[in-house]
Design a protein around this ligand. Structure first.
Ligand code: GLU
Length: 442
């Protein structure tokens, strides 16, 4: 069996961190199994779907390195839905209903008033031909419901949640098609999962009750159902379902200088019993991915944790990976010198400025003579090897200074700062001429 997963966003907005996590898990599972990962654009809702969001979804997945092995669009599959719908209707699995939204609302209120759950009463099923004809004559067109089979409980073994059981009699026959002929999410998704040969549906636990309904749709369609994994939802660092998370996505990650490797490493592991680790390549994430490790409690997404992980990821990134994002002129040695000091790649430009100058250094008058001596010695040392060692060694001997009083004035004069990358790697990049000029400028 070739594993096939799908990520099925509706192009009605930007992907948010919750969607991205679901996409990642679908991708990781397909990679581990040597299977395929397909992007399915759920754009049956023509009014709310926008092409710019389709483009944004593709671009976001590319940025994250989650490249789909194929793409499907529901808007290109209406003929298929029509055919399957006709067959379901023929077999009595769907039925027309004529209630208006107000009438349905009233039924729900009456049920609530009697302390009953808001389950649809199937009044439309009891209509005779004459009654249906009367509604049609009034100009009412029906919407369509899927008729649940109440004979047996709906059960499945969820890869994350374990055994699940629903009593169909407690559920409303879902509306699958509106009076204007447009489709609701439920049936086209089941038809596609069946037709595409999806083996695993990995999605948020907000879809658990949809799964119960869709399992009956698979049965009615005569297709074996896929396996299901419903992951606990994502909450903010404060532990609550946060509205804000809905606007956290690739755009905000980029603005904050977060690299895709960090996003993947974090989202692969939060909500699981595996530790979050600064893993830059996907091999380990793929290898260790395991539905059995997912917890039932919400996964906590903490932006501070992401930022800290991002820094640890950046400290490992190779020059070839980051070269296009580095300031012009910064080579491998420059990257390797500043890398340990970065929280974001953009900060490389700040250090490049320190190296290239001009810099502003605030010199303590008490250090003037010492720095003048340093400038003089700097002209005489060997710059091809380890000039920092040569310079500080010579200065230590001539000035008698050591420790902080030796190193700090030099760092300040050479970089304008009290802290920064190791001077041993920085000084060769600043180079002889600039170093002598900075030290002598007192
Ligand atoms: N378009 C649906 C959604 O975004 C897909 C859910 C599913 O994975 O089946 O919620």
């Amino acid at each position: 069996m070739t594993i096939l997963t799908r990520f099925a966003p509706s192009p009605t907005g930007q992907l948010h961190v919750g969607n991205i996590r679901t996409a990642l898990h679908n991708w990781l599972w397909a990679q581990q199994a040597g299977g395929r990962f397909v992007l399915r654009i759920d754009d049956t809702d023509a009014e709310r779907s926008e092409e710019r969001f389709v483009d944004a979804i593709r671009a976001d997945l590319a940025w994250l390195g989650l490249n789909p092995d194929g793409e499907e669009r529901q808007s290109a599959r209406f003929a298929l839905y029509e055919a399957r719908f006709a067959a379901l209707r023929e077999a009595g699995h769907v039925y027309p209903a004529y209630e208006t939204a107000q009438e349905l609302d009233l039924k729900r209120k009456i049920a609530a008033g009697r302390g009953l759950p808001p389950v649809y009463d199937r009044a439309a099923l009891a209509l005779g031909d004459a009654e249906r004809a009367a509604f049609e004559a009034e100009g009412r067109s029906p919407h369509w419901r899927f008729k649940l089979d109440h004979a047996a409980p709906i059960e499945w073994d969820d890869l994350i949640r374990g055994h699940q059981r629903f009593d169909p009699a407690t559920m409303s026959d879902p509306v699958i098609r509106r009076a204007d002929g447009s489709w609701l999410y439920m049936l086209p998704s089941a038809i596609d999962d069946a037709e595409m040969g999806v083996t695993h549906v990995v999605r948020g636990e907000d879809h658990v009750s949809n799964t119960a309904l869709q399992l009956q749709m698979f049965a009615a369609l005569g297709s074996p159902p896929p396996a299901f994994a419903h992951e606990a939802l994502l909450v903010g660092s404060e532990g609550k379902l946060s509205k804000r998370l809905g606007s956290v996505g690739v755009e905000s990650f980029r603005e904050a200088g977060i690299e895709p490797e960090a996003v993947r490493a974090l989202l692969a592991r939060i909500g699981t019993s595996l530790p979050v680790e600064p893993l830059i390549d996907t091999a380990t994430l793929i290898e260790t991915f395991d539905f059995g490790r997912f917890g039932r409690a919400p996964a906590r997404f903490d932006e501070a944790e992401l930022a800290a992980l991002n820094a640890r990821i950046i400290h490992q990134l190779d020059f070839d990976r980051v070269a296009p994002q580095l300031p012009a002129g910064m080579g491998r040695a420059g990257w390797e010198a500043v890398r340990p000091n970065l929280s974001t790649l953009a900060e490389a430009a700040d250090w490049w400025q320190v190296i290239e100058g001009p810099i502003d250094a605030d010199i303590d008058p008490a250090d003037r003579n010492f720095l003048g001596e340093a400038a003089r010695l700097a002209a005489g040392i060997d710059w091809s090897g380890d000039p920092w060692h040569a310079l500080t060694g010579a200065l230590k001997a001539s000035s008698g200074r050591s420790g902080k009083s030796l190193f700090l004035p030099l760092r300040r004069a050479l970089t304008g700062l009290d802290h920064g990358p190791d001077m041993k790697t920085l000084l060769p990049l600043i180079g002889r001429d600039r170093a002598i000029e900075r030290l002598g400028k007192t």
